[in-house]
Ligand binder design. Structure first.
Ligand SMILES: [Zn+2]
Ligand SMILES: [Zn+2]
Ligand SMILES: [Zn+2]
Length: 461
């Protein structure tokens, strides 16, 4: 084992101990899901369980070829080649699923005992939640869940703070943003990535969550706010759970329809924007459904026209006449300004369509439609940051700042060693600015130390 591996093991032991203390001392922070006995729980473990796949075959001359050794084991490092025989056909998992608890006491004991990297439970209720196969679990309904993750919002700050490194040991080429398809230096296609978070991406995710909650779930669907739970995910986003028995039995198709509606699919701009008696009309904000949102969607779209990637002819016009277009759309009775020369009804319709698409378009579809999905337990800790999966009400959401409000380790300091390679971007915790750091040893307050250890950019010295 190299020193770096040993450091990682020590680091994980420390994080796990801190998580253990958190779960032992803060049982009240855990939000016990309704009908706990009917939920499947899932843990992500700190260690990776690996299994080397053994294969035997014969070559043309009939000689037996063997690849893989069939061994299994645990490792704190991600395993990409078999530590025993070097084969690259290794299956790894850090998931432990199909766990069940009869009571909140049971769950709290389980959390303190295993202090896992991450804790999830099913949005669904089952007759037999611990059965190993979905068809044996006997599904009885599920909450409607939405996962809003900065990862899916395609934000420019990714290029500033995410980084990758080629896995090829003789190469280790690095870059920023998302990894390329193949390493530009050696051509290999396997990379280690560092996903960071900043106030910009978290604010975008928060704003989108507010929109989903206010405009769609309360506004259009009319759900009771008391039956909607909001939480910060502990890393890059927010979750929304609708806990209204009326929707529990919606099947996957019905859930997809809800998502499609929110995404604005099927919106008919030719019905919304029309020419009548020589003038072009659009719906006022009082109209129910999407019609009433068009003006706001267009305002948002035109305000951000600089970051729109399309190259339609109207992009230049809207960029030049942005304030004229916005002035009309922002009126109490929105109008499509005649001052935006060269943009006729057809073009306004096209713009409206793009605007609707980007206004509603950032929902994580697979999460909502998957009726067997697991979602993070509120009050648990996210092993990617050490932050709390924080329960929020609608008012708290407006003011919520993860870097201040989701940290739980307030006592003491810890000396950590930042790794070599791309510098760790600067970050703010509890109002204090840290970094950037590279290849140096620093004594940090506990919450900042836990964050960089969990992010995997530093180790305990
Ligand atoms: Zn092997
Ligand atoms: Zn490379
Ligand atoms: Zn960011």
């Amino acid at each position: 084992m190299s020193t770096r591996n040993q450091d990682r093991t020590t680091t994980i032991m420390k994080l796990r101990l801190l998580f253990h203390e958190y779960y032992s001392n803060n049982p009240k922070s855990i939000d016990i899901p309704e009908k706990i006995h009917a939920r499947e729980f899932a843990f992500q473990t700190w260690e990776h369980n690996w299994h080397c796949i053994e294969r035997r075959s014969k070559d043309e001359s009939g000689t037996e070829i063997r690849t893989g050794c069939g061994k299994s084991g645990k490792s704190f490092q991600p395993v990409k080649i078999c530590p025993n025989c070097g084969s690259s056909e290794v299956r790894t998992t850090s998931w432990n699923r199909h766990i069940g608890y009869q009571s909140s006491d049971d769950l709290l004991k389980g959390l303190a005992a295993s202090a896992p990297h991450s804790v999830y439970h099913s949005a669904a209720f089952y007759q037999v939640p611990i059965a190993n196969y979905m068809h044996e679990k006997e599904w009885q309904g599920a909450e409607l869940v939405f996962d809003i993750d900065a990862d899916h919002l395609d934000l420019p700050c990714t290029n500033d703070h995410d980084a990758w490194r080629c896995d090829n040991k003789t190469c280790h080429y690095t870059g920023t943003g998302n990894p390329p398809e193949a390493c530009p230096n050696c051509g290999q296609t396997s990379f280690s990535t560092r996903k960071w978070i900043c106030e910009k991406c978290l604010t975008s995710a928060r704003k989108y969550t507010e929109k989903l909650y206010d405009d769609f779930l309360l506004g259009d669907f009319g759900f009771d706010p008391d039956k909607i739970q909001l939480n910060y995910s502990g890393n890059r986003g927010y979750h929304v759970r609708v806990r209204d028995p009326q929707i529990y039995t919606l099947d996957s198709n019905a859930r997809v329809e809800i998502v499609h509606y929110i995404m604005g699919l099927g919106f008919r701009s030719d019905k919304a924007i029309v020419t009548e008696r020589g003038s072009t009309w659009m719906p006022t904000r009082e109209f129910p459904g999407w019609a009433g949102k068009v003006a706001d969607a267009m305002v948002e779209f035109i305000r951000n026209i600089d970051s729109y990637s399309g190259n339609e002819k109207w992009v230049g016009t809207l960029t030049d006449l942005k304030s004229e277009a916005l002035e009309g759309l922002l009126r109490p009775r929105p109008v499509l300004s005649r001052k935006v020369k060269g943009v006729g009804v057809k073009t306004w319709q096209e713009i409206a369509e793009k605007a609707v698409e980007s206004y509603g378009g950032e929902i994580d579809r697979p999460v909502t439609h998957d009726i067997h999905r697991v979602i993070r337990l509120i009050g648990s800790l996210n092993g990617k940051t050490g932050f709390e999966v924080s329960l929020l009400n609608r008012e708290q959401l407006d003011l919520f700042s993860p870097f201040e409000d989701a940290t739980v380790f307030k006592d003491g300091t810890l000396k950590v060693l930042f790794h070599k390679g791309p510098a760790t971007p600067s970050f703010k915790i509890g109002g204090e600015l840290y970094g950037p750091y590279s290849d140096e040893s620093v004594e940090l307050p506990m919450d900042a130390a836990v964050f960089v250890l969990a992010k995997g950019v530093a180790s305990i010295e």
